[in-house]
Write a protein that binds this ligand. Structure first.
Ligand code: PLP
Length: 390
């Protein structure tokens, strides 16, 4: 895959030595810019916008998110708890399969609980009934697999053959919607308007006659709405049309779009040497701090990368031979102690870090590129590693 970063933005002015290393630095101004764009889509279309916590759950910005969006969506019990502890507004929870022991709390916390199949809804009918008897109010949703692939990579395609994500629309019958308040569809990954339009065009005729009794339709995430080339007006028109035609409340669950180009990961060169290639070891680990670099895989853009000069193969401090971030150009050979930064690391990195090899977790800092105010929100010490083990 390719990085979707549009460039460093205000981070060209950020002095990398102001934070400990490694450290995520998130620009509140950039987050607000993204949130304002999403709010505008919500205001113009009538759709409700929910932050997908799985992508970006830097909860020190929860109040900021609440100023713009209608709520959040969670992937299970712990994100639902985080949502209710820190975030505001509507909470939708979807998990491919729930555990009976988690479900009562999820039902209590959430406004909507989305199930992966009519079977699961049936299996948990007693728990749902008991929660309602206790006075809890929540909607029940069903995730559909639209069976229309648009994702560029199979790993990120919930419509791939044998997918476990969502109930295949070809199997859907009206009786499956008994007790269901809304439908959920998520089949995009970092995509523009056109793939959504095609999915809807293929799905709508298959839902004919089934949308009438429903309260809402959730079109999931993967919409790269805050990218400069996104066809926002067309999205607004589509969402308005769906809402009006079927009398449903439409929801979107963008994650990445909220934090797109809003954060960097700062690190430090620890050593360099030559081994057929120029090699540099940093305190940023692909496997521990940016696992999508290996998993997707993709090559993150580096701040101030030089076109001419020396190319260095940059990798992390772990034992994994494949802990390689990529090959990057430097105007002059970097020296130990030199700071570097990778762009667009606010989403799907901070939420995925781990301490393999006892590699320290990056600190988290909040910067305001308008005022230049910098706050070190969180630093992790040895106990963060120790206390996940026993
Ligand atoms: C069900 C669901 N909703 C929302 C999202 C958020 O997607 P994105 O961060 O790409 O916008 C995802 C991502 O995998 C998802 O699985």
């Amino acid at each position: 895959m390719e990085t979707k970063s549009a460039g460093p933005g205000a981070f060209v002015h950020f002095d990398l030595s102001r934070v400990p290393s490694p450290c995520f630095v998130v620009d509140e101004v950039a987050v607000r810019r993204n949130l304002a764009m999403l709010k505008d889509v919500g205001d113009r279309s009538g759709a409700q916008m929910l932050l997908a916590l799985k992508a970006f759950s830097m909860w020190s910005l929860a109040d900021v998110v609440g100023e713009y969006l209608d709520g959040v969506c969670a992937s299970g019990l712990w994100e639902a708890r985080l949502a209710r502890e820190h975030y505001h507004g509507h909470l939708t929870t979807y998990c491919p399969a729930y555990k009976a022991q988690d479900l009562p709390e999820i039902l209590r916390l959430s406004d909507s609980v989305i199930f992966n199949s009519p079977d699961q809804i049936g299996r948990f009918a007693d728990l749902i009934k008991a929660a309602r008897a206790r006075g809890e109010t929540f909607d029940i949703g069903l995730r559909l697999n639209p069976e229309h692939s648009e994702a560029e990579v199979a790993k990120y395609d919930p419509c791939q053959r044998g997918s476990r994500l969502g109930f295949p629309v070809s199997q859907l019958r009206s009786e499956h919607l008994d007790g269901v308040d809304g439908l959920h569809i998520h089949a995009l990954c970092e995509q523009g308007f056109e793939p959504l339009q095609r999915i809807w065009a293929s799905l709508e005729p298959r839902l004919h006659g089934l949308l009438g009794g429903l309260k809402w339709l959730n079109l999931g995430g993967g919409h790269h709405i805050t990218r400069a080339d996104y066809r926002t007006d067309d999205l607004v028109a589509l969402l308005r049309d769906i809402a009006q035609r079927y009398g449903v409340q439409v929801y979107l669950e963008p994650g990445e779009a909220i934090a797109l180009d809003a954060g960097i990961l700062v690190g430090e060169i620890l050593d360099t040497f030559e081994n057929g290639l120029n090699v540099a070891i940093t305190d940023i680990s692909a496997t521990c701090h940016m696992p999508d670099v290996i998993e997707a895989p993709y090559r993150p853009a580096m701040l101030d990368e030089a076109e001419d000069g020396v190319t260095m193969r940059i990798g992390g401090p772990s034992c994994l031979a494949g802990d390689i971030i990529g090959d990057y150009g430097f105007a002059v050979r970097p020296q130990p102690g030199q700071r570097i930064a990778f762009l667009d690391q606010a989403h799907y990195s901070m939420v995925k870090t781990n301490t393999f090899n006892g590699v320290p977790l990056p600190a988290i800092a909040l910067w305001n590129s308008d005022t230049d105010a910098l706050r070190l929100v969180r630093q992790f010490d040895y106990t963060a590693f120790r206390d996940r083990l026993s």
